[in-house]
Design a protein around this ligand. Structure first.
Ligand code: DQA
Length: 150
């Protein structure tokens, strides 16, 4: 099983960016963390980041053909603005799980609307990096081998 972990704008600045909200760990730390989750759940992961809405859309459109069984998406600021990304998630047939490091429902009101969430099969927020693990776990679901279920 292969999953795509897709990160949107400004997440490349983790560690430097508003550390009081997003913490001191860097984007590379996030990539390493996801790698450990991949090993834990026995799945192959590709972790990508783009600041560009169209690139995120292209990556989502191509994901199934590229062999991905699902996508973990932190669309960052596009979460609250991008009907185009929401349409893409609705248009593709593999499941997409929404993730946010912070709890968007406890922040400014403009962050309470998630267009992405309307099209995703599940959302995890406010748990920092652990939200990515929860999303991977969700996508792996009961496809995990018997031996790793305990
Ligand atoms: C974010 C929350 C968004 O509101 C914000 O625009 C981000 C990061 C998060 O991971 O908490 O860039 O998606």
């Amino acid at each position: 099983m292969k999953l795509l972990i897709l990160n949107g704008p400004n997440l490349n600045l983790l560690g430097k960016r508003e550390p009081q909200i997003y913490g001191h760990e860097t984007y590379d730390d996030l990539v390493d963390y996801c790698g450990l989750c991949g090993m834990e759940f026995g799945v192959e992961l590709e972790v990508l980041q783009s600041n560009h809405e169209g690139i995120l859309i292209d990556l989502l459109q191509d994901a199934e053909e590229e062999g991905f069984a699902g996508v973990v998406l932190n669309a960052a600021g596009y979460t609250h603005t991008s009907i185009a990304l929401m349409d893409t998630i609705k248009a593709i047939s593999i499941p997409v799980v929404e993730v946010h490091l912070s709890n968007i429902m406890e922040r400014e009101e403009f962050r309470h609307t998630s267009y992405i969430g309307k099209a995703c099969v599940a959302s995890f927020m406010g748990e920092g990096f652990a939200g990515y693990r929860r999303a991977i776990e969700f996508l792996v679901g009961d496809r995990r081998p018997e031996s790793s279920l305990n």
